[in-house]
Design a protein around this ligand. Structure first.
Ligand SMILES: [Zn+2]
Length: 261
């Protein structure tokens, strides 16, 4: 048996455990007897991930749930294969489930034709639809489900004591998960999700990318302030709420006002 490197009590992050990158963060929750995994990652790393879990002496038959933070290909491409191999239930938000069960290559980011990105996105049945306020029991642990839309409509976060598994909402450098129309990003919801995280009493954030970090309201405020501006900047296309310059332009057109040069 491999020595288990717990990041927090009952929490192992598999990249840190393995000393290698699986692409995205993969959190194993050890409920004693039962365990669960938050995100499984891509198909080509799945063999190594399962092998590692076996070496850590977690019985594969005791997997309570394979949980998807959201339906982006880098987090869930291996979900169907993992469900099949572990005979475990999958869990995701109903909006993520829709994309996963349909194998929607656009919404999952598997296909970005203009950038020659074309990855397989196997369809995957979602056994348990996870909604705001639900509680997932994993042995002795109780994981609270938060619906935190914005990056994608089906983005979930999970609260466990003083820890928040915060998905693609916020990273240590105050960057946020990609804002993209095809993806269903929604700036006002994103801001609300960030405010909720800022105002919560969680002490540590465990994101789906990059390092785990101590929650700092200033990091969240930085992102909130940026996204608040983004809502009114043409840079964000159809994710805009309004574009003041276009309104000004229309007013000028209608009143016959010539540009001030
Ligand atoms: Zn991501």
């Amino acid at each position: 048996m491999l020595h288990r490197k717990y990041l927090f009590p009952n929490v192992i992050e598999l990249n840190l455990q393995a000393g290698e990158s699986f692409g995205v963060n993969l959190y194993l929750l050890d409920g004693g007897g039962e365990w669960a995994l938050i995100d499984v990652g891509q198909e080509d790393t799945l063999d190594d991930v399962i092998d590692l879990i076996r070496k850590l002496d977690f019985p594969l038959s005791k997997c309570k749930m394979l949980i998807a933070t959201h339906a982006d290909v880098d987090h869930v491409q291996g979900l169907d294969a993992a469900r099949d191999r572990l005979k475990a239930k999958t869990g995701a938000h109903p909006d993520a489930a829709k994309a996963l069960e349909a194998g929607d290559t656009v919404q999952t980011y598997a296909r970005i034709t203009a950038q020659n990105i074309d990855m397989p996105m196997p369809t995957c049945k979602i056994d348990v639809k996870l909604n705001e306020g639900d509680e997932i029991k994993i042995g002795k642990l109780k994981l609270k489900v938060w619906h935190t839309p914005g990056h994608t409509p089906g983005q979930l976060s999970f609260k466990l004591g003083n820890l928040l598994f915060s998905g693609d909402n916020i990273y240590k450098d105050a960057c946020v998960g990609a804002i993209d129309a095809h993806h269903g990003s929604h700036l006002p919801s994103f801001i609300s999700s960030l405010q909720r995280i800022r105002d919560d009493d969680a002490e540590f954030l465990l994101p789906s990318h990059g390092p785990v970090f101590r929650k700092d309201p200033a990091i969240l405020q930085n992102a909130i302030d940026r996204l608040t501006k983004y809502q009114h900047m043409a840079d964000f296309g159809t994710c805009l709420v309004s574009w003041p310059l276009e309104e000004e332009w229309k007013r000028d057109i209608l009143t016959g006002k010539m540009p001030e040069l």
